[in-house]
Design a binder for this molecule. Sequence first.
Ligand code: C5J
Length: 223
Amino acid sequence: MTRKIQAEPYELVFDPKHTALLIIDMQRDFVEPGGFGEALGNDVTLVRTAIEPTKKLLDMARHQGLCVIHTREGHAPHLGDLPPTKAERGRPGPDGGIGSVGPMGRILVRGEKGHDIIPELYPLNDEPVVDKPGKGAFWATDLHLILQNRGIKTLIVCGVTTEVCVTTTVREANDRGYECVVVSDATGSYFPEFHKMSLEMIKAQGGIFGWVTDSSEVIRAFR
Ligand code: C5J
């Protein structure tokens, strides 16, 4: 049975059987003090606002039996999957880059405490966790395969940061034929103006990349 989400630029009709909740990079490194985000000089309280709405969506999705997929940005301990360009950019200092040791272990390295998903949103055993070396969740991952195997057509997207990994993933998803609705209060950025403009870009031109709504509207649509 199809349902409708009131969204911008117009309502989205979707079938819950073919819909997934996609939670992007809600990792300690991005949303907790002492992680990569803070090492870059950002105020993590600005992205922590996404936690509670995402938790409500996650609870609802689990209750409804919706497909739930988590992603984590990060690199293998040998850093062989870290492009030198990425390693160089955004370095706060000689010891603060990806792979260096911070308060939560090696920054953005798989297996380290900081790389893992925050306890509030921790995945269940049967929820795929897609480890990605890039910003987009489709590049160099098996996300598309997982979604195809589960018959997913629509993605309810939340996570951080809006203008980096969320929008990169939404753009990648568009080119692969998925419909994306981005949840405004369940996404977050260290830069409120980037958050706002990213959402504007998604829904502009008749929804060139998809739809934008908020968590209460998504939850209402499932009642
Ligand atoms: C960033 C992300 N901002 N998950 N990663 O580097 O948005």
